[in-house]
Design a protein around this ligand. Structure first.
Ligand SMILES: [Zn+2]
Ligand SMILES: [Zn+2]
Length: 255
């Protein structure tokens, strides 16, 4: 199983997971041309995609989904709430699958387990991807942890974890008060320490890859995010990857 990112952050997100010939895109917050250029950089053509799974209706995750799906005739999997919140955009998109946030489903050679997260969207989920033997857990856009999140992510072979902001930088920064409350609130985004706290509770004995994702340009730095996660995982800072807005991250193989 391999995975990579087209880009990560409040200006657009898309993650790519591949097992054999199956390529699943998780979210697409980039325009059509930009998406194709980013896929090409990773050596994948849009025709090779097996489908798109969507976490929630915020534009940095969904804005490019419907156009990409229509242009390349790709099936889309999303919750009822996400679809309802973005229904207009999907008019004319033929293959829409509404998922139950409690039930795993299969796309080609990849099993996908959605799980619910606290976030200020209609019916947000995040996903665990598996080839039957190994598991990649992805968690971004969550305001806080839950027992269910920790249960789901425990024992994964790879983790992509939101490190949205450093709490000091957010609170001392120039965001308006209401936005600080939203981002830092229980239905906003995970800060470095919250992510580190989640990581410390997980079984990471099988972990091969750890990536900090969805970093705020204004309220975080890669160094702060990596430091927080390395303390929690008791690993070298150089072992942890950071997903960037411009380039995401290159392919990583789970063995
Ligand atoms: Zn987001
Ligand atoms: Zn969001």
């Amino acid at each position: 199983m391999r995975f990579s990112s087209l880009g990560s952050g409040s200006e657009g997100n898309a993650l790519l997971v591949a097992v054999g010939r199956t390529h699943v895109l998780m979210d697409c917050g980039f325009g059509l041309q930009d998406t194709v250029a980013r896929l090409t950089r990773l050596g994948v053509s849009p025709q090779q995609l097996s489908g798109i799974v969507v976490t929630h209706e915020h534009s940095d995750h969904i804005s490019g989904v419907a156009r990409l799906a229509r242009k390349y005739n790709l099936p889309v999997w999303l919750t009822h709430g996400t679809l309802r919140s973005h229904a207009k955009a999907f008019v004319g998109t033929t293959h829409i699958h509404e998922i139950d946030p409690q039930l795993a489903f299969v796309i080609g050679d990849i099993e996908i387990t959605p799980y619910s997260v606290p976030h200020d969207a209609a019916e947000p989920v995040q996903f665990v991807f598996s080839d039957g033997a190994r598991r990649l857990g992805v968690l971004t856009d969550a305001g806080c942890s839950t027992a269910h999140i920790e249960q789901t992510l425990s024992g994964c072979h790879a983790l992509v974890l939101e490190c949205n902001h450093d709490i000091e930088m957010l609170m001392n920064g120039d965001y308006p008060y209401s936005l600080k409350q939203r981002v830092g609130g229980r239905f906003g985004h995970l800060n470095n320490q919250e992510s580190a706290g989640i990581l410390a509770k997980l079984d990471i004995s099988r972990l091969q890859h750890l990536i900090a994702a969805h970093l705020s340009r204004r309220n975080n730095t890669p160094a702060l995010a990596v430091r927080a996660l390395s303390v929690a995982a008791k690993c070298a800072e150089s072992w942890i990857g950071v997903a960037t807005q411009e380039n995401g991250f290159a392919w990583r193989e789970i063995t």
